[in-house]
Design a protein around this ligand. Structure first.
Ligand code: GLA
Length: 416
């Protein structure tokens, strides 16, 4: 637990574009705050325990995880705090300190079905359901309070963070033997099958397996992975939030998956491959004529090239060539813009403005796209001009205000 406190004492800094509104989020402070709020909401009884799971940012390898390719995400020091306590009956009561007006949302272990009116609680409920599906039955209900400091809808995986913190809380309170990797799989299973979002494994894996100051080079074909130290001497990871909300749900995300699946089927007529991630660029270029439709060909091209870019980017990083890593990030954005078509005006503007700043090593959209955030690697001395200039031009061109986060790479879930 001591290590956990040490880890979580790392902070994130939120900066407005004028660089004026620094906010330090302190874990001890958050722990007291959520415990106090829990007592106010659910009453003072012993047994409440506090847990944390991070959010994540993906450095490169976008829309490759459901195509059997590689990804390179890392956990953040911002995330979701959860307080939980067992009950004597079978009730499940949830409260979000981020959306106070919703009050307590109540259900029971005997009604584990997704419901529209249950709103955000469908995420923790889905995880409880997924535990039971794996044979881990709950003898009693729970009171759970959640508070997150990941900007919602920003593409930094607030929902996967809720899933993983819920899983960690359940395994801890009920003494289930579940590895962190299994928590990732349970989270993804619940999101796919309870909440109807057909996401890949990247987000839950990055969150459940996060390691301070390391990114995770994950092969989604077989979940083999390695940790790569991120030592950005003289540079920072800056996340720029477009403040254009992003919804994964019914939207284009599932459409892109279907396009890739259809392209794969066409390629499988002549190639014996299991996923698009099995292909080298040469193999793809030779076989791409099998894909009958231009749009599907572009989608598959992105999946294949992005996977290879991710492998090259990690090799460049290991060789200490951060400049090459940055170039590959830029190429990733161009491919997501032109071939995968998931960027849009806001993300393109943030990235194009970032590319103009002296001292930007690389910049790209991150996450699912269609709004959300970009990730940039920025030399220390360029961070201030970056925030000022990108923020100013972004507002002029789109009418939206951008938020900037200079982030630290944090660890996976823990008890506080
Ligand atoms: C979302 C999904 C991930 C992944 C990314 C795109 O974050 O949850 O599984 O597909 O989009 O790389």
């Amino acid at each position: 637990m001591g290590t956990c406190l040490f880890r979580q004492a790392y902070y994130f800094i939120k900066q407005t574009f004028a660089f004026s509104g620094d906010v330090l989020e302190d874990t001890e402070f958050m722990k007291d705050e959520v415990l106090n709020r829990f007592t106010e909401v659910f009453g003072e009884k012993p047994g409440a325990r506090v847990f944390f799971a991070p959010g994540r940012v993906n450095l490169i390898g976008e829309h490759t995880d459901y195509n059997g390719g590689h990804v390179f995400p890392c956990a953040l020091t911002i995330g979701t705090y959860a307080v939980g306590r067992k009950r004597k009956d079978r009730k499940l009561r949830f409260f979000s300190a981020n959306i106070e007006r919703l009050g307590i949302i109540e259900t029971s272990l005997d009604d584990l079905t997704p419901r529209r009116e249950a709103g955000w609680t469908n995420y923790p409920k889905g995880v409880i359901w997924a535990f039971e599906k794996r044979g881990m039955k709950f003898p009693c209900g729970l009171d759970i309070l959640i508070k997150g400091n990941i900007p919602s809808g920003s593409g930094l995986s607030s929902s996967a963070s809720v899933e993983v913190v819920t899983g960690f809380l359940l395994k801890s309170l009920f003494d289930f033997e579940v590895s962190n990797q299994d928590l990732a799989l349970i989270g993804q299973y619940s999101e796919n099958n309870f909440n109807g979002v057909n996401c890949g494994i990247m987000d839950q894996f990055a969150i459940a397996m996060g390691k301070r100051e390391h990114a995770i080079f994950l092969d989604t074909a077989d979940l083999s992975f390695e940790y790569a130290p991120i030592k950005l001497d003289g540079a920072k990871i800056v996340i720029s939030s477009s403040n254009k909300k992003r919804g994964l749900g019914g939207s284009k995300y599932n459409e892109r998956r279907k396009e890739c699946e259809a392209a794969l089927k066409e390629l499988q007529r002549t190639l014996s491959i299991r996923t698009l991630g099995d292909l080298t660029i040469d193999q793809f270029e030779k076989a791409k004529g099998e894909i009958r439709d231009d749009v599907r060909r572009k989608r598959a091209k992105h999946a294949v090239y992005e996977n290879q870019r991710t492998i090259q980017a990690v090799a460049a990083l290991k060789a200490g060539n951060i400049g090459r890593f940055g170039e590959l990030m830029d190429e990733s954005h161009i491919s997501l813009r032109d071939d995968y078509e998931v960027t849009g005006k806001e993300l393109d503007t943030l990235v194009e403005e970032a590319w103009k700043i002296e001292g930007v090593i690389g910049s790209r959209m991150t996450g699912a796209g269609f709004g959300g955030c970009t990730v940039s690697i920025v030399k220390n001395k360029a961070v201030k001009p970056f925030i000022e200039q990108v923020g100013k031009h972004y507002r002029e061109k789109t009418g939206y205000h951008a938020d900037f986060y200079v982030v630290e790479i944090g660890s996976g879930p823990c008890e506080l």
